[in-house]
Every structure is written in structure tokens, then in C-alpha cells.
Design a protein around this ligand. Structure first.
Ligand SMILES: NC(=O)c1ccc[n+]([C@@H]2O[C@H](COP(=O)([O-])OP(=O)(O)OC[C@H]3O[C@@H](n4cnc5c(N)ncnc54)[C@H](O)[C@@H]3O)[C@@H](O)[C@H]2O)c1
Ligand SMILES: O=C(O)CC[C@@H](O)C(=O)O
Length: 524
């Protein structure tokens, strides 16, 4: 039974696919209420309240996936999750419209002083002259961060007759032209905008983006809005610019610390606030919970997820095309790691023929995970394989060749060790399966599966018999046997597939046979 912990409040309607699955147990409790069972969950679903720290990940030893029902993953230690091999996914667009609408509601409220007027009337006052606002029509709106939410805000602003200026260092010209906005530098935006709204993630670069230096470049009387993440507008700087009257008003849905407690910003009459409500609509909550539940279900069924933060994303279509090579690569990694039972410095992978045209990042990660698995104590999978390889000083590279040589497709793996180099080539043949067609310099043809025994020897009559006798004497049945040699009387190999794993003592016995140079058991 798969166990999923839903640690923050989430729409039941959205969670329905998980709740309806008889193979899944969904526990809807806060982390503190399941401290004793944390190591028993396969998946963790959160919104922004639960902090997925390294400490929590350490306790959740069985965890495979964290699903964030929302966009921002700043409450999740993604680096730690990656190290522990835990996939992190989010629901990137389920709350876009709600947040854009909330931003607009905040903008209108800010310039028309609706919250202040509301409080006044509720206090039995009727002071119309105290709440004279300004129109949005004709005003210059600066949008910092022109992704999903920023571009929806722009559409609404244009409908209101505003001039829209956007700053986003990652925005392509073609996309900006398509949407028809004025793309400018940050300095230009700061100088022109009557109202500035931020829609970036909180990163090293965006933390304090609107700090003392940049706030000083804005127009006197500017309005500021943050419905993205607390900290993009530096709160201390904001207080100074409100105190000196430079900033006319601020709308905040988010804070550096949430809840903000008795924050000095809350005492300004021209600061309006909401408690992180951007995504709090019925529709958005159903959307994000549905997206994340569906993705977790897909992942638990062993299929690729499309909104992963720490894995290359794959469409179903692409996944179907790479699936066979993904499996072949994993097996090749496992075999190579056992053959090269020594420290290695580099793994070079060459994709040839039809596989060279596919998305190979995932295939390479699969190969690395297979290679590292017998070598590391911790979980290793596609999420953390590249990172673990790097940590262990193993460089890896990919090369591509349109020419598949004798095969429609092939993966060639070269492992550079301290004392030797090992090469193998594998191919996937439709309706036939995975085959290793070159091994350690020998042409051969075997399936990389089950209990394999590799023997390198001198090409002499009777060698096969000697090996067969010893195995037979020890009740080890040979299922298949492939042989290869470089030249008559030269070096030769046997690859045997056995019906059961071989004892180490039997490996030692085989090593004693004269004219046998190498004996390796390989478990796939
Ligand atoms: N208040 C809420 O409840 C709520 C709801 C949803 C999203 N959000 C937040 O809104 C923000 C935007 O979400 P989104 O879905 O539009 O994300 P997105 O990824 O679609 O867009 C973010 C944009 O910011 C741009 N960007 C990154 N670094 C930048 C920089 N240094 N300067 C300028 N632009 C930069 C990116 O290029 C991207 O286009 C996120 O922080 C998200 O967490 C808040
Ligand atoms: O969970 C929420 O309500 C907030 C979501 C929002 O901050 C996000 O980044 O998607």
C-alpha cells in the first residue's frame, strides 16, 4: 500500500484521484501530528505552510516525491531533496489566473483606497473627500517578471487602458512582440512606471530587487504591489520610502516572514495587505490539487512527470520513445559498475543511430544511476545520479553520432578507471529486447539480464568444458552461453547466463583454472 501525507489543507475535489485509488492510503494531517510515522510515507503533498527542510527529508526515509500544490517551491529544500533522490513537482499554472486577478484587485484597491474607505464607512463615517483616488486608465504599469502571472496581469492592464512596460531578463523578443508589450531595462521601468508590480520567483537575484538603490530610481508618488514573494521588495527600504513620502502606497499579499506579526509596515495607512491570498480561490485550489494529485499518481505508476523541478521534464510521447533505451542504459550501468570494480574517473557515453535523435538526458541519468547503485549507500536514481557522480569525482560526457554502424541504434559506454578502461556497446532491437553486442573489446551478443558470469580466457580447446564441469559439479545450471574471441588462439570470452547466483568460492575456483585470466559475476 502506497502512503501519501497531505500536510496542508487541500481541495478534496482535487485530491479525488488519490482518495479513490484502493492501493493508496491518503493521510491528511500536519507533519507534527505524524512524527512517529514519517518514515512510512512514499509521497508528501504541501502548499506553502509546511516547510520541507533537510531535517524533515531525513526523517521521511521512504519518501519518493514531494508535490507542491502551487508555484513557488521556496518552502522546499530542493537541493536536499535532489541529494536524497526525492522528486519535487509543482502545479505551475493552476493558480495563475487567480493570482493575476488578485493582483488587479489589489491595484484597484490601492489607487482607489477601497480598504481604507471600507473601514471608514464601517466606523459610521461618511468622509468622501478623504478617499479621492487616481484612475488606472493612461497610467504606466511596470511589470517585473513576465512569466505566467506577469503576462496575465499585462492583458488585464491593457484592457484598462494602461501602458505596460515589462522587465524580464529571460523574456525572448518573439514572446514580447506576440503579447505586444514594451520591453525595457529595469532602470527604464523604474523611471517610467506609476505603478510597479513584481511577479518573479524569490531567488538570490530577486531578493531585495526593489531595495534602497532601485526604489530611489522610481518616480515620486509610485505605487508598489507584491503578490509574488515576500522579500522581493526589501521591507526595511520600503518603510524608509513610505516614511519620506516617496512611495504613495503599497499592496502586499506576501511578507518576508509569514504571518508578519506586529510588523511596522502594518501601521501605515497607505499599506494595504492580504494574508497570502493570491491563490485562494475555489477554482485555483481545485486546479492545483488536481494537477499535483494527478502528477503524483502518474509518478507512482512509474510514468514520467511533466512538472518536475529537479528532473528533466518529459512528455508522455517522448517518454514512450526513450523508455527502451532508458532500461537498456540502466542495465549497462549496472554491468559496467560490477565489471569495473575499482575507482573510476570518467564515463563517456556515445549515442548512435536513432537514439541520438532522442532526449538523452534521462537515458544518461539512468545509466549513471545504474552505475552508481552498487557503489553508494544512499538512494540513487535519476534525480540525484548526476549530483552524486560529481560529488564522487566521476565526470561524464555525452556524444552523438548519426551513424549507428551495424545497428539501427546503439549506446556505447566507456569507463575510465585508475588502471584500466572498459568499453561496452548495447542496442535495443524491437520485439527482441536489449542486447550487449560488444564487451571489453570483444564482439558478442547477450541479454544483460539475470545472473551473468563473464570469463576471459585463452582461446584453447576444452575451456568451455572445464567451466561447464565445475558449474555442473556445483549444481549450477547454465541457461545460455555466448562466446567471442579476437583471433584464433588469442584472447577469448564467455558470457554465461546462470539459473542462480554464483557463490564467491566458485568464482575463486574458476579463477584457478589455467588459461583463465578474469572471472566476474555480474548481477543485473
Ligand atoms: N500570492 C500568491 O498566492 C501566489 C500565487 C501563485 C504564484 N505566486 C508567486 O508568483 C511568482 C510568479 O509566478 P509565475 O507562475 O508567474 O512564475 P513564472 O515562472 O511563470 O514567471 C516568473 C518570471 O520571472 C522571471 N524572472 C526570474 N528572475 C528574474 C529577475 N531577476 N528579474 C526579472 N524577472 C525575473 C522569469 O524569467 C519568469 O518569466 C512566483 O514567485 C510565485 O511563487 C504567488
Ligand atoms: O498555497 C498557497 O495558497 C500559496 C500558493 C502560492 O504562493 C504559489 O506560489 O503558488
Amino acid at each position: 500500500m502506497v502512503r501519501i501525507l497531505v500536510a496542508d489543507a487541500m481541495s478534496e475535489e482535487g485530491l479525488a484521484p488519490l482518495l479513490a485509488d484502493p492501493t493508496i492510503e491518503v493521510v491528511q494531517k500536519k507533519v507534527v501530528d505524524v512524527e512517529d510515522e514519517l518514515d512510512q510515507f512514499d509521497a508528501l503533498l504541501v502548499r506553502s505552510a509546511t516547510k520541507v527542510t533537510e531535517q524533515l527529508l531525513q526523517k521521511m526515509k521512504n519518501l519518493k516525491i514531494v508535490g507542491r500544490a502551487g508555484v513557488g517551491v521556496d518552502n522546499i529544500d530542493v537541493d536536499a531533496a535532489t541529494r536524497y533522490g526525492v522528486v519535487v513537482i509543482n502545479a505551475p499554472n493552476g493558480n495563475t489566473i487567480s493570482t493575476a486577478e488578485h493582483t488587479f484587485a489589489m491595484m484597484a484597491s490601492l489607487v482607489r483606497r477601497i480598504p481604507q474607505a471600507h473601514i471608514s464607512v464601517k466606523s459610521r463615517e461618511w468622509n468622501r473627500s478623504a478617499f479621492v483616488g487616481v484612475e488606472l486608465f493612461g497610467k504606466h504599469l511596470g511589470i517585473i517578471g513576465f512569466g505566467r502571472i506577469g503576462s496575465e496581469v499585462a492583458k488585464r492592464a491593457r484592457a484598462f487602458g494602461m501602458h505596460v512596460h515589462v522587465y524580464d531578463p529571460f523574456l525572448t523578443k518573439a514572446r514580447a512582440e506576440k503579447i505586444g508589450v514594451d520591453v525595457c531595462t529595469l532602470d527604464e521601468l523604474l523611471a517610467q512606471a506609476d505603478i510597479i508590480t513584481v511577479h518573479t520567483p524569490l531567488t538570490k537575484e530577486t531578493k531585495g530587487l526593489l531595495g534602497p538603490k532601485n526604489l530611489a530610481k522610481t518616480k515620486k508618488g509610485v505605487y508598489l504591489i507584491n503578490c509574488a514573494r515576500g522579500g522581493i521588495i526589501d521591507e526595511q527600504a520600503l518603510i524608509s520610502f513610505l516614511e519620506n513620502g516617496h512611495v504613495a502606497g503599497v499592496a502586499l499579499d506576501v511578507f518576508e516572514q509569514e504571518p508578519p506579526g506586529d510588523h511596522p509596515l502594518l501601521s501605515f495607512d497607505n499599506v494595504i495587505v492580504t494574508p497570502h491570498l493570491g491563490a485562494s480561490t475555489v477554482e485555483a485550489q481545485v486546479n492545483v490539487a488536481t494537477q499535483v494529485a494527478q502528477e503524483v499518481l502518474t509518478f507512482l505508476q512509474g510514468k514520467p512527470v511533466t512538472s518536475s523541478i529537479n528532473l528533466p521534464t518529459l512528455s508522455k510521447d517522448v517518454y514512450e520513445k526513450i523508455q527502451a533505451f532508458y532500461t537498456l542504459a540502466r542495465k549497462m550501468g549496472i554491468v559496467a559498475s560490477q565489471y569495473m570494480s575499482e575507482p573510476v574517473q570518467e564515463i563517456a557515453i556515445t549515442y548512435s543511430g536513432s537514439v541520438a535523435d532522442l532526449e538523452t538526458t534521462f537515458i544518461t541519468r539512468s545509466l549513471l544511476a545504474g552505475f552508481l547503485k552498487p557503489r553508494v549507500a544512499s538512494t540513487v536514481n535519476e534525480v540525484n545520479a548526476a549530483m552524486i557522480a560529481k560529488e564522487r569525482g566521476i565526470a561524464f560526457s555525452e556524444k552523438f553520432s548519426a551513424n549507428g554502424n551495424d545497428y539501427n541504434n546503439s549506446i556505447t559506454l566507456t569507463v575510465y578507471g585508475e588502471n584500466k578502461t572498459f568499453t561496452m556497446k548495447g542496442t535495443h532491437i524491437a520485439h527482441y529486447g536489449d542486447r550487449i553486442v560488444h564487451f571489453n573489446g570483444f564482439a558478442i551478443d547477450f541479454a544483460p539480464e539475470g545472473h551473468l558470469l563473464y570469463i576471459q580466457h585463452h582461446d584453447k580447446p576444452g575451456m568451455i568444458g572445464k567451466v561447464g564441469n565445475i558449474l555442473g559439479d556445483h549444481q549450477v545450471n547454465i541457461a545460455t552461453m555466448q562466446v567471442g574471441r579476437q583471433e584464433v588462439g588469442g584472447k577469448a570470452i564467455m558470457m554465461l547466463s546462470l539459473d542462480k547466483p554464483l557463490d564467491d568460492t566458485l568464482v575463486e575456483t574458476l579463477e584457478q583454472i589455467s588459461d583463465i585470466d578474469v572471472v566476474k559475476k555480474l548481477e543485473v
